[in-house]
Design a protein around this ligand. Structure first.
Ligand code: 13P
Ligand code: SF4
Length: 374
């Protein structure tokens, strides 16, 4: 008789304080800021490099990525952009799993992280040494992992997904009669399970930022702003998701802010997203969803501490010194590529079907991609 391990006890994640990280960031005068931007632009050109940034990093980096032919997006489209752009160096402004995904897909490219120590609590909560034996104990289950995982975890997976396609993929697998082993985000896992009715065994990790959103306080804020639409990233707890008008990936939330008729929004995701939301929906009002604690007592204050490590000085140093280069063991990379490439192919299939029906699904239409790097 086989004795399957119980759901694992995940490591306790000691996240750094966002406030402390931001306080340590160098203060620049306007002249220093301009000099830094000019230096980065010069280095990008010299090194045939392009910035691939996540919406959660500082708006200075998002702006610079846009000005220099780079890209700002959610984790799925960051992967797609890096894969299809012709630059020889990708400078990833985000967290480590995003850099590793870029390397898995592009072994011939140099991948630099703007911030060396930028981790993710989901990735840290799912060490490969614990995850692999857990999967081995359930050989009948299809292993689906969130992109917020290490290359070694992706190497053990059948599929990689991001929040923008997770429900669609699990529904597709369920319709094929497959049972799922899902890791590492328990809130996203529960949300997908509810949305699809799939048989899912769920790893108990969590995002330190989204887990801090509070349902009761959100309900009170919503009651004070009855005209506001509530936009929620599915890494949030069920009590927060229950109050959402729209649940989606970062790109999908920005699209909702643009497309919904509401003038006010309450947003349960990292506040870095407000830069793009305001661009996409000028004149609309965006409010932070309430988190645990206030001022010095809130842990992340709705801003990821690791995303906060990305700043212009760090980015310039990475380009100048070539430090923070992402390396992935080749045997691991080849295994991780299988599940990661499946994610891209599945997302392309969704886009192709949506284009046939005249509506974009992911944030990245086929026609746009063809122009990248031209
Ligand atoms: P997205 O794929 O929606 O950008 O989410 C990535 C992430 O880390 C959210 O916390
Ligand atoms: Fe990870 Fe959460 Fe930070 Fe996203 S916001 S990178 S899930 S810790």
């Amino acid at each position: 008789m086989s004795h399957a391990p119980a759901i694992p006890i995940v490591p306790v994640i000691e996240a750094p304080s966002t406030a402390e990280i931001l306080a340590r960031a160098p203060l620049e005068t306007p002249a220093e800021h301009a000099a830094l931007v000019a230096k980065i632009k010069r280095l990008l050109k010299q090194q045939d490099a392009v910035i691939v940034a996540h919406y959660y990093v500082h708006e200075d980096i998002q702006r610079l990525a846009e000005e220099t032919g780079g890209y700002v997006s959610d984790s799925l489209d960051m992967a797609r952009f890096g894969h299809e752009h012709r630059a020889r160096t990708l400078v990833v402004a985000g967290v480590r799993f995003m850099g590793e995904t870029a390397k898995i897909l592009n072994p011939e490219k140099r991948v630099l992280m703007a911030a060396r120590d930028a981790e993710c609590s989901l990735d840290l909560a799912c060490p490969a040494e614990q995850f692999i034996p857990f999967c081995d104990a359930y050989p009948e289950r299809t292993v689906v992992v969130y992109s917020n995982t290490s290359a070694a975890v992706k190497a053990r997976a059948d599929w990689v997904v991001t929040s923008s396609i997770a429900v669609k993929l699990v529904k597709y697998l369920k319709d094929r009669g497959e049972k799922i082993l899902w890791a590492p985000d328990r809130h996203l896992g529960n949300y997908i399970q509810q949305a699809t009715g799939a048989d899912m065994l769920i790893w108990p990790g969590a995002c330190v930022v989204h887990e801090a959103f509070k349902g009761i306080a959100l309900g009170a804020l919503k009651a004070r702003h009855p005209g506001a639409a509530v936009l929620v990233h599915p890494e949030s707890p069920a009590s927060v998701i229950a109050l959402a008008d729209v649940v989606g990936s970062t790109t999908q939330l920005i699209q909702a802010a643009r497309d919904l008729p509401n003038k006010e929004f309450i947003v349960a995701t990292d506040t870095g997203i407000f830069y793009k939301m305001r661009q996409a929906a000028p004149g609309k009002l965006f409010m932070e969803a309430p988190t645990a604690g206030r001022g010095a007592t809130c842990e992340s204050c709705a801003h990821c501490p690791w995303m906060a490590m990305n700043n212009l000085t760090a980015l310039a140093q990475a380009l100048e010194t070539g430090a923070n280069e992402i390396q992935v063991d080749e045997a691991v990379r080849v295994k991780a590529l299988r599940a990661t490439q499946r994610m891209l192919d599945f997302a392309d299939g969704i886009d192709a079907r949506a284009a046939g029906q005249g509506r974009p699904v992911s944030g990245f239409a086929k026609g746009e991609r063809r122009q990248l790097g031209d």
